[in-house]
Design a protein around this ligand. Structure first.
Ligand code: HEC
Ligand code: HEC
Length: 248
């Protein structure tokens, strides 16, 4: 240990301070490690393999709720990637998963009250369990999932059927446009029709399906077949529609 040679009094005081702070921090860390319930406990029957994986994933990336696009995640997926972090062990007095006795008085409050508490927070239960990007319905699904495992028969709010189907291709199309098609279409290289240029698109979209089918299989002048895209025909179509929908 060197370092404090210089200004004797001041340097020594500083060193002691640093040492004390270090010891306190180390002590606190050890305390946390031995007392926190957040270690991965493989012996617990309530921890499924996927829950364990989810917990491991969660350590690296704060509160990532897996299991699908926001709005579409099931109660089980939300539970296994977030709520279980307290509810599997009963940390901080959380009613424990599958513990009928702990849940019965909660279930008696009714689904609406439980959902409200889970969404808004309730004592040591944080709002949405800390999952800021969870929709109300996703939280409710997790409430129903947990309560049902402890004797309730609540119904998980359904995923709106159109929502995923309609949103997905559009998102994918936009992504592919950005990766592949934009290179020519954004600036109109070699006469590529630009998204939003209604005049350029009008003659092409009289029969959209036939036109897309054609450039899916064949090159057209400077437009390579599928624009050179290597993925599926469906995805190419989604990218074409992404441009066309802005150009009507
Ligand atoms: C940080 C720990 C923690 C997380 C994460 C967590 N909970 Fe909780 N939860 C608690 C605690 C603690 C309580 C008990 C609060 C009380 O009764 O004072 C509780 C209670 C509840 C209750 C009962 C409320 C009532 O009115 O009795 C529900 C329902 C609930 N949690 C749902 C969820 C859902 C759904 C998730 C995941 C989206 C979740 N919790 C994530 C700690 C947590
Ligand atoms: C290398 C440049 C280039 C790339 C990359 C490219 N395009 Fe094109 N695209 C063109 C050109 C040039 C035309 C105009 C062809 C013509 O009508 O002469 C065109 C035309 C089109 C047309 C209209 C075809 C028609 O019959 O009028 C569609 C639809 C289209 N592209 C979709 C796409 C999609 C979707 C992608 C990305 C997956 C893409 N393109 C990538 C250059 C490109």
């Amino acid at each position: 240990m060197g370092g404090s040679n210089g200004a004797a009094g001041k340097g020594l005081g500083g060193l002691i301070l640093v040492l004390v702070a270090g010891v306190v921090a180390l002590g606190y860390l050890l305390f946390k490690v031995f007392t926190s319930g957040s270690g991965v406990d493989f012996s617990r029957p309530t921890m499924t393999a996927s829950a364990v994986n989810a917990r491991i994933a969660q350590v690296g990336t704060e509160k990532v709720v897996e299991g699908g696009a926001p709005g579409t995640r099931s109660g089980q997926a939300v539970y296994e990637s977030l709520c279980f972090s307290c509810h599997a062990t009963g940390a901080q007095g959380a009613p424990k998963f599958e513990d009928v006795a702990a849940w019965s008085s909660r279930i008696a409050k009714g689904f609406d009250t439980l959902s409200k508490h889970a969404i808004e927070g309730f004592n040591a239960m944080p709002a949405r369990g800390g999952g800021a990007d969870l929709t109300d319905d996703e939280v409710k699904r997790a409430v129903a999932f947990m309560a049902n495992k402890a004797g309730a028969s609540f119904e998980e709010p359904k995923v709106a059927s159109g929502a995923v189907a309609a949103a997905d291709p559009a998102t994918k199309g936009k992504e592919i446009y950005g990766q592949v098609c934009m290179a020519c279409h954004a600036t109109g290289v070699s006469g590529a029709p630009k998204p939003g240029d209604k005049a350029a698109w009008a003659p092409r979209i009289k029969d959209v399906d036939a036109m897309i089918a054609n450039v899916t299989k064949n090159a057209k002048n400077a437009m390579p077949a599928k624009g050179g895209y290597q993925g599926s025909d469906e995805e190419f179509k989604a990218a074409a529609l992404y441009m066309i929908n802005q150009s009507k």
